[in-house]
Ligand binder design. Structure first.
Ligand SMILES: Cc1cc2nc3c(=O)[nH]c(=O)nc-3n(C[C@H](O)[C@H](O)[C@H](O)COP(=O)(O)OP(=O)(O)OC[C@H]3O[C@@H](n4cnc5c(N)ncnc54)[C@H](O)[C@@H]3O)c2cc1C
Length: 471
């Protein structure tokens, strides 16, 4: 059977596309690279999506107007974003929740420990795993055909038009296709190539992957090599500083270390290297993976004292604990003298005003490089704690260029029947940086657009075929 719409991928973007295409009346086949038990890509690890709203709405308090969302995005990306596409995502984020509910997704107010996001982010009850399961259930009920263990390795194209997908020697034809196969974060070779070597060491060899092992970028590479227009820089990614003891894949949310803004971070030379209090943690956590990646040996150490305990969501592994700072240095294997100089300089430079972790407070350092601009309090109250940090790659930003119809482009021309959604095109909106929850906003908006467009294009093709057969 030739399907109207072929969806490649099995995460949020793919499922949104499959559901929309099916709702529009198209026959749909979804190909997921992973086995059933690992289905859902990085989406299974998510917790929330960022939503614009002009007033209180179900689980969201106050308001988060379009302009504020846009300014947040502009700030974190440093302007490397496409305003038209970004605003499309922002507007779509205000109206998608009813559709999501219809397909079985439930929302809940954030639990305590969520990061200043009660106003901006809607949380999925049961997390991304429950969301993905709900979408699969709904897709199956609607008649979407699903195949697991189906890693597509090539696409047959005819002058920018999709013809068929290939899994080894198997060939799967369809009238239209949506690519939603994630980034290339699980492809170590590609990460190596992008990040290169420092002092003879491959920087990327010290990266951990927070999500799925199935996002190898096979189709992204294939499409770029086949002449599809690309956007973004291969070294740009959502990269969080995570517990160095996290597993290589699928450590998920519980390995994130969220106490950076409450203390200081030093590198393997026991020296600070960045302003830990630059901005609220949800707006800054995604730069710390990158900052640690730029340090010798790609390792950092987040240092706090007992005043910080209870003010952040603790990671799954307990921190290294010590009764004194010199003891902490010894336990971490850091040069004690340098460590104490760094900590003493920091402590002496703190100008403590009114500490308030919920606002950009006036606790800051003076005469220290780098400075700490908020939440700067001396680290002086035992016991002391440390977490070793490694770069944890969430997803890469290099992707395929799209227009408002989510069409893949070749030499600036949109394909009539090939569309792309999710991480595979997130770089159109996210040139760099991140603001919590926007990955799912992008995937949901463009997944839904891609599915609708693919269904429409398939109907047109079908009609033409029928007319041709009748003539
Ligand atoms: C730990 C963690 C927490 C996160 N938390 C949040 C959050 O709370 N909010 C938020 O907005 N974002 C969050 N993100 C980011 C978010 O996961 C992504 O932005 C989003 O899930 C992307 O959806 P996607 O469908 O494009 O990709 P994915 O969900 O990764 O799906 C890609 C799919 O493609 C499949 N695939 C890959 N290659 C092939 C192939 N060749 N053939 C067939 N199938 C293939 C994979 O198996 C997978 O099913 C988080 C990510 C991680 C890792």
């Amino acid at each position: 059977m030739k399907f109207d719409v072929l969806v490649i991928g099995g995460g949020n973007a793919a499922l949104c596309a499959a559901l929309m295409a099916r709702e529009a009346g198209a026959s749909v086949l979804l190909l997921e690279a992973s086995p059933r038990e690992w289905r859902g890509g990085n989406s299974q690890h998510t917790r929330n999506l960022r939503c614009m709203h002009d007033g209180p709405q179900d689980v969201l308090v106050d308001s988060y107007p379009e302009e504020e969302f846009w300014q947040d995005l502009l700030k974190v990306t440093g302007g490397i974003t496409n305003e038209k596409l970004a605003r499309l995502v922002i507007r779509a984020s205000s109206s998608c929740r009813d559709w999501m509910r219809k397909h079985g997704v439930h929302f809940q107010p954030p639990l305590s420990g969520a990061l200043h996001v009660a106003r901006t982010n809607a949380f999925f009850m049961g997390g991304g795993k429950a969301l993905v399961n709900a979408y699969y259930r709904s897709a199956e009920a609607l008649g979407v055909q699903i195949r697991y263990n189906a890693p597509v390795d090539a696409i047959e194209l005819d002058k920018g038009r999709f013809v068929a997908a290939r899994i080894g020697s198997e060939r799967i034809e369809a009238r239209t296709c949506v690519l939603a196969a994630g980034g290339f974060e699980s492809n170590r070779e590609w990460l190596r190539e992008a990040w290169g070597q420092i002092n003879g060491e491959w920087v990327a060899d010290n990266f951990l992957i927070r999500g799925t092992r199935f996002n190898k970028g096979t189709l992204l590479k294939f499409m770029i090599d086949a002449g599809a227009d690309a956007i973004g820089d291969p070294t740009q990614a959502h990269m969080v500083a995570i517990d160095a003891r996290a597993p290589l894949y699928d450590g998920g949310i519980c390995t994130r270390v969220d106490c950076v803004s409450l203390g200081v971070v030093v590198n393997s030379h026991a020296e600070r290297f960045y302003d830990e209090g630059e901005d609220f943690w949800p707006k800054r956590y995604a730069i710390w993976g990158r900052l640690v990646a730029q340090q010798p040996g790609q390792i950092g150490y987040s240092i706090i004292d007992s005043k910080a305990i209870g003010r952040f969501m603790p990671p799954v592994f307990p921190g290294v604990k010590a009764a004194s700072l010199p003891e902490l240095a010894q336990k971490l294997g850091l040069d004690e003298q340098t460590f104490m100089r760094t900590l003493n300089d920091y402590n002496a430079a703190c100008r403590v005003g009114t500490f308030d972790h919920a606002v950009l407070d006036d606790c800051h350092t003076e005469g220290l490089t780098p400075s700490k601009t908020h939440w700067a309090r001396p680290i002086d109250t035992a016991p002391f704690y440390a977490y070793a940090l490694r770069p944890g790659v969430t997803f890469t930003y290099l992707g395929l260029k799209v227009n408002e119809q989510a069409a893949v482009h070749f030499g600036g021309e949109p394909s009539p029947n090939l569309f792309v959604a999710g991480e595979m095109m997130a770089g159109n909106v996210l040139g760099k940086g991140y603001t919590a929850g926007v990955g799912m906003s992008i995937g949901t908006a463009f997944g839904r657009i891609a599915g609708t467009q693919a269904a429409q294009a398939a109907m047109k093709i079908k009609q033409k075929d029928t007319e041709y057969a009748a003539a």
